[in-house]
Design a protein around this ligand. Sequence first.
Ligand SMILES: [Zn+2]
Length: 123
Amino acid sequence: MENVSMMWRSDEPGPEGHGGRAVAVLEDGTDAEPILCEYTVQDPSSPRKGQVERFTTSYWWDYDGEAARQLAVAVRPVCDCGWEGAERYPALLDDPTGTEGDETSGPYGEWHAHIQQVLATVR
Ligand SMILES: [Zn+2]
């Protein structure tokens, strides 16, 4: 999925330890659990052909309600430092960029404001 990265970074030389991202929020208001994915290796040249590989993902746009996956109804911004955004934003599964917003709106905007605040404190 283009234009969307798992982690947000500040454009400016930002403070260390402040990687932000949007997490999926379910209809009952709780955070979504990581999704366990399974697939069988099909590549004939792979030594693991036929074996089942497992991995987990917690990208908010993977919570699409399909199969056994949970459905994200909202996202909220969080930061590696423990900061959490107060607002919930609608999760638009067909518009990831619009969901995440920009520097002045959406969850990215809220996280960006948090970074500005951190920068103002350390200076
Ligand atoms: Zn932070």
